[in-house]
Every structure is written in C-alpha cells, then in structure tokens.
Design a protein around this ligand. Sequence first.
Ligand SMILES: Cc1cc2nc3c(=O)[nH]c(=O)nc-3n(C[C@H](O)[C@H](O)[C@H](O)COP(=O)(O)OP(=O)(O)OC[C@H]3O[C@@H](n4cnc5c(N)ncnc54)[C@H](O)[C@@H]3O)c2cc1C
Length: 426
Amino acid sequence: MRDNYQMVVIGGGPAGLGAALSARGDGLERILIVERDVELGGILNQCIHNGFGLHYFKEELTGPEYACRLIDSLEENGIDVACDTMVLAIEPTEGGQRVCLMSANEGYRFIETQALILAMGCRERTRGAIQIPGTRVAGILTAGTAQRYVNIEGYMVGKRVIILGSGDIGLIMARRLTLEGAKVLACVEIMPYSGGLSRNIVQCLNDYDIPLLLSHTITNIEGKKRVERVTVQQVNSSFVPIRRTEIDYEVDTVLLSVGLIPENELTRAAGIEIDPRTSGPVVFENNETSVAGVFACGNVLHVHDLVDYVTEESANAGKAAAAYVIDKQSMHESSKRTIAVVSDDSIGYTVPQKIRPTFIEKSIRIFFRVREPHKTPKRIILRDDDQVIASFRRPYMAPGEMEHVTISKDQIDQIENNQLSISIEA
Ligand SMILES: Cc1cc2nc3c(=O)[nH]c(=O)nc-3n(C[C@H](O)[C@H](O)[C@H](O)COP(=O)(O)OP(=O)(O)OC[C@H]3O[C@@H](n4cnc5c(N)ncnc54)[C@H](O)[C@@H]3O)c2cc1C
C-alpha cells in the first residue's frame, strides 16, 4: 500500500469494483480499494442464487460468479486492494482527502487521495429498529444474517420459520430455507403490497406454496430460550392491529426483511450533504457529492434491486473521478448552472438530485421509486415549469422495483428554469 493514491475506493462490493475498473479504463494508474471483509465481492458472495447480470452481462449468473468477473478484471488491471481493512474516517486536505484506515497488518494508517469513491453498501434494519413486542429470545435474525449462516458459514438457522417483511432478501431466504429442509409457514407484510420484485414473489413464494400475508404484522414473540410462538395480526389502513384477527404460529425462527439502511456514518461525519429520502448522499449527474472530488455509487447512494444498475452507476462514478483527477479542475467551481430534480408525492426519491448540463455528454438516466403500486398504465412526465420535456409510458410500477428514465442532452438543454419536475399521471 502506498501513502498516496489518485483514487481510493471505500468498499469492495460490485459498486467499488465497478468504479475502480472504470477509472482505470479512463486513465487513472494509482487506485486503491479498501474492503473491511477478508475478501472482495460484497453482498454478492452470499447470494448463491441465480438472477444476476441479466442486463449487464446478458447472462444469468449467481452472485459469486458476477463478483468473480469483476475481481478477475481487477487483477488484470493492477489495482491495489487492501482487504480486512476498515476505513474509520475521511478528512479534507488541500489536495483532496485523507483516509484513515485500520487493519491487523498495517495498524492505524493515513492515505492521501485526490479523488474518493464511497461504495460502502447498506445494512439491514433489525428488531430494535421496528420494536416488535415480546420476549428477547434466540432465533430472531435478519434475513441477510441467515443467508450468510446458511450459504457461507454452513449453519442451518431453524426448522419452522416465519418471515416478517417481503423485501427481496426475505423472499430469497424463504426459498433457500425451504430447499434446505425447513418449513416456512408464511411471509408477513404490513403494507398492502410487497416490497420485493414480482419475479421473487413468483419464484420464491408462489412456487413453494408459501403464503404472503399482506396488511399483516407480527404483534408478539414468545419463548423461553428460543422462539416458540409468534402472533400475527391483520392491520388497518393506519397500520393498527385489528382485534380478533390473531393467528398463532408455532415456529423456532423469525427472519426479518424489513428494510435496508445505506451505510453513511463516514459520509455524515465528513459533512457531505445527505438526502433524507434516500438516506444517501445528494449527488450530481456524474455521482459527485456535495464535496468536490468525492463520488458515491451503489447501495450507499440508494438501495438497488438489481446489481446491473449498480455496475452501470459505478462506471459513471469512476469515469467522473478519473476526469476530476486528470483535468485537475473542480467540477463544482467550473459549473455555473445547476438544475434541481424535484418530484411530486407519488415518487419517493430521485437520483441524481441535481444536474449540471455542462457535464452531460449524450444523455442522463434518472432513477426513482414510486411510493405506491400502479397496476394500470401510467405516464411519467418530466416538466420544466408547464412545458413537457419528456413523457414515458409504463404498464405497471411498484415500490419494490426501481424505475428509471433516460433523457437526452438536447432535452436537458431545453430546460429554461433551474428545476426539472417528475410526476406520475394517468
Ligand atoms: C439477499 C440479496 C439478494 C439479492 N439478489 C439480487 C438478484 O437476484 N439480482 C440482482 O441483480 N441483484 C440482487 N441483489 C442486489 C445486489 O446484490 C446489490 O444491489 C449489490 O450487491 C450492492 O452493491 P454495493 O457494492 O453497493 O454494496 P455491497 O455489495 O454491500 O458492498 C459494500 C462493501 O463495502 C464494505 N464496507 C462498508 N463499510 C466499509 C468501511 N468503512 N471500510 C471498508 N469497507 C467497507 C462492505 O464490507 C461491503 O463489502 C441482492 C441483494 C441482496 C442483499
């Protein structure tokens, strides 16, 4: 490891790997990836199911296969890697950023870098975050933790299982545990619709006759040492449990799949602006954050459903970081005009949140999630004041599936005000 790099990447998941490869392809020579785990690959290493890479590699790969393709290219490109090493802080310096890291081999160490990529991924919400009543017993774990136990450590987590939340990790684990011989009694979702991809509902629940109980939640967990019984109740439109709808399930395991939180402690401490809607940094069209030379991509920016979009986004971030280092020019200073992307209540968030027309080469992709399912065809309308800039038809949209629209540089150049609004209309 050197003392000085052109670019440091925090996180060796698909986002970090993609950003490093793209920056290398665009001319950077001294790049370091710092990963706190003992190996690269991030969350993909524990996702041994298929379904990865359909858009990017045009093939159906498992998570480790997808990661392996990126890791092999990394080795061919001579990019430095520090595994088993954790970044503890980032601080601004005159020439860029100082990264403080810690490892058994290196101890506590500072590395200077001109550009920085934030690619720390996200973590799961736990029982404490949603405050399920009941006894504090063994057998309650997040779906991702169960996935790691079963797929990497080789431990089975339970025999009779109930899953709270219908996020993709929970759905995938419903199928995985069934294949390993457990009985999954139900997947319980408080919302009137699922938070996961439709394909996962079909392939992981319907194909194995696992019921999905919408507008239901777990209202009690009982047991002495380990979970013995849970109570499930229907909820009303204000999410209040309805009396006399209680159903008791004899189970030994509760898996939680109740949301992901982008890992932005380092980002917040560095004073980088955070969007409360995504819990990730606010970024411009090239993934640059509110601090010049610091870029973000992957799940640390917003929670992705498909890794292909993570790779695409990270390529954008790596390319921009290379341009930042090579041109020795602050993009913040050189860009005079910024357009804010705003949305109505039907949309949960947009990424990017800001666009600098100067830096768009051909087109820009805007990602967003709808707040509620739209089961009939709708239009996504982009407006500059009253003027329609672009309109896209979608036959179906759901909060569990990330949406995107692509707008050309010509369309961006038509915007006269400094605001681009997005709405969903009939
Ligand atoms: C269970 C599950 C199933 C999925 N199924 C599919 C699927 O079928 N198809 C599909 O396309 N996508 C799927 N996805 C989505 C896809 O895997 C993720 O979107 C993608 O892995 C996110 O990549 P990332 O690099 O942003 O984050 P991660 O893969 O989480 O990588 C972040 C890395 O940063 C490291 N890190 C964090 N903080 C620090 C620090 N301070 N210092 C050093 N290192 C740090 C972490 O250790 C981690 O390795 C699935 C995701 C999950 C969780």
